[in-house]
Design a protein around this ligand. Structure first.
Ligand SMILES: [Zn+2]
Length: 219
């Protein structure tokens, strides 16, 4: 697999499932992060989010049209599930590539500890049926199952990473260094000063030079 089109389910004006999390928002978050990793894995990646459609029908057609407009080996659609289940879990629909769907489903299950509901064939889902390349539709987890949304939130980066690695069929080099650092914060200490006046003078100079606000604390 050298190239892929990956899109988020539903659209800006066409809402998806809502529960503890919002399907459209999270599908977009996943697609953005997975696309970042796919590019790091040297996969030619086209990413799509529908920001214009006003109806479900228009939405499906818009998404499929984008997929079919690109040269690619694989089509991936990212969704979140909703339904009457206590344990929920991950499942991946496919048109004819059962092996890839099974691998992606298992990988997400392993990354989150959620139940792996596995690969499911579906020839009726619009995106699977109308895209012209092998296609899978990932239902990451159930938006209405708290244990699922907790696990997804906690393991968001691992979920995205494992989807990308499974699709590309290779591992990211130096995984930890590639991790976006949005969960980390770095505190910078500037030093200690003998007098309050000299500390204040330094503080003002740095704030003015770099347009930042420093915090000062007595030691
Ligand atoms: Zn959906």
């Amino acid at each position: 697999m050298k190239s892929v089109v990956i899109s988020s389910g539903h659209g800006k004006y066409v809402s998806g499932a809502r529960g503890y999390i919002d399907e459209v928002t999270e599908a977009r978050n996943v697609v953005v992060r997975v696309a970042t990793y796919l590019k790091q894995l040297d996969v030619e990646t086209y990413e799509f989010h529908d920001n214009t459609s006003k109806s479900q029908n228009e939405n499906l057609k818009t998404i499929v049209k984008y997929h079919n407009s690109k040269q690619r080996d694989l089509d991936v659609s990212v969704h979140f599930n909703s339904g009457n289940t206590e344990e929920g879990g991950v499942e991946v629909y496919y048109y004819d590539d059962s092996s890839l769907a099974a691998k992606v489903s298992k990988a997400i299950g392993d990354a989150t500890g959620m139940k792996n509901r596995g690969a499911k064939q579906n020839k009726e889902l619009y995106v699977l049926k109308n895209t012209s390349k092998p296609a899978i539709l990932i239902e990451v987890c159930f938006v209405n199952v708290k244990s699922n949304t907790d696990a997804y939130g906690k393991h968001f980066d691992a979920v995205c990473k494992t989807i990308a690695e499974t699709l590309a069929n290779k591992k990211l080099a130096n995984s930890s260094a590639n991790q976006p650092t949005n969960n980390k914060r770095y505190r910078l200490y500037t030093g200690t000063f003998a007098t309050e006046a000299s500390a204040k003078a330094f503080k003002e100079k740095v704030e003015k030079t770099f347009d930042v606000t420093l915090q000062m604390r007595e030691e």
